[in-house]
Write a protein of this length. Structure first.
Length: 183
């Protein structure tokens, strides 16, 4: 795994061979972060949440680019332990790693985030419900940006706050901007 940019840019970490996650490709991650950087001012140290964190690559990009806090939620023990190991190597106190079910976390969390990123397993039985759960949660601020990674099989354009769909190869992102709901 490679951190692309920011204070930890170009650092590499060996991902365990028994990992069960489908990591976001470097190409897709670099491109979606270019989009996010045009929507969010990282100089203002936003808070970020990475649901279904997998290898933590997205979490570490947020951390590297200056987020004040990054919360990574991952259920699988191998991925959770890997994220904790990398966080310990970086010695960055702004990272919080939670071992647990991302959907349960989203329905019970009361902390608010500036950016929420979700990359559920494409085979998750409740996949279609993920955006509705996040959009209906108490985690949103009036200007939260929510990014959902998904396959081309889904179209979330009818949901509130949807602003755009992006595709990088087989990786698709739907972006929701809560500030569009307040105008």
């Amino acid at each position: 795994m490679r951190i692309i940019r920011g204070k930890y840019g170009r650092r590499r970490f060996d991902v365990p061979t028994n990992i069960t996650a489908r990591p976001t490709t470097d190409f897709a991650r670099e491109n979606i972060f270019n989009v996010i950087e045009n929507m969010v001012d990282f100089d203002e140290a936003p808070s970020a949440l990475d649901l279904f964190a997998g290898t933590g690559a997205v979490s570490f990009e947020f951390l590297s680019r200056g987020c004040s806090t990054v919360t990574a939620v991952e259920k699988a023990a191998t991925q959770y332990n890997f994220i904790r190991k990398v966080a310990a190597e970086l010695k960055d106190d702004n990272m919080r790693v939670i071992k647990g079910d991302a959907l349960r976390f989203a329905t019970t969390c009361r902390q608010k985030f500036d950016i929420i990123f979700a990359d559920p397993p494409y085979t998750l039985p409740e996949f279609e419900k993920v955006p509705e759960i996040v959009l209906g949660s108490a985690m949103l601020k009036p200007d939260t940006i929510f990014i959902l990674e998904h396959s081309k099989a889904y179209d979330f354009s009818s949901l509130p706050g949807f602003t755009r769909h992006l595709a990088y190869g087989s990786v698709n992102f739907s972006i929701f901007d809560m500030s569009t709901l307040n105008n």
